[in-house]
Design a protein around this ligand. Structure first.
Ligand code: ATP
Ligand code: MG
Length: 173
């Protein structure tokens, strides 16, 4: 019997977001619909955003928090933005339209207590039983790991930044 999986890519090593993108492309290759939601936007222009647009008939891409990062000097505002972003994601999950929903960098909203975890887990548990959800980001909280079917921890063994090699186009962004 097929079963929608809750998949978590966490840990300090590189490869979480790119693993989720690989899964999105794999599903799209079968003509299956994917919703890819990126939660925290850094200053970089990530190449994958443009690449994914080429699959726009199959991969719906949404960047939450465009133009800002989550600022710690205004916790109330952060929490409000986090709730808005989560409302958007839960609507996508509950729509039942997607084979896979990716919540990229979502763990931070839970780790920094911008969202309560229990209501989030309730939404995940209530989804279509065949729908897969992929969550990425460091510091996946224990209750999320407990609820997941598949958890991979990327472990940093070496990273070029540690030898002074700066982030490069096509590799880091
Ligand atoms: P990627 O997007 O390359 O799959 P990631 O999603 O696993 O990486 P994040 O924690 O989201 O990694 O961090 C994003 C950026 O930080 C990437 O450019 C990545 O190369 C870089 N990075 C990841 N792990 C490390 C590390 N251990 N030290 C320094 N930089 C890192
Ligand atoms: Mg990432």
């Amino acid at each position: 019997m097929p079963k929608g999986l809750l998949i978590v890519f966490t840990g300090n090593g590189k490869g979480k977001t790119t693993a989720a993108l690989g899964m999105a492309v794999r599903a799209a290759g079968h003509g299956l619909k994917v919703c890819f939601i990126q939660f925290i936007k850094g200053g970089w222009h990530y190449g994958e955003l443009d690449a994914v647009k080429r699959f726009e008939d199959l991969i719906d891409l949404h960047v939450m928090g465009k133009g800002f990062t989550w600022k710690s000097d205004n916790i109330e505002e952060d929490a409000r933005l986090a709730r808005e972003a989560w409302d958007f994601a839960s609507t996508a999950i509950a729509s039942g339209k997607y084979h896979t929903v990716v919540l990229d960098e979502f763990t931070y909203l839970l780790h920094y207590n911008m969202l309560e975890i229990e209501p989030c887990l309730d939404v995940l548990a209530a989804r279509n039983p065949n729908q897969h959800v992929v969550i990425t980001g460091r510091y996946a909280p224990e209750p999320l790991i407990a609820a997941a079917d598949l958890v991979t921890e990327m472990q940093m063994i070496k990273h070029p930044l540690k030898s002074g090699i700066k982030a490069q186009k096509g590799i880091e962004f």
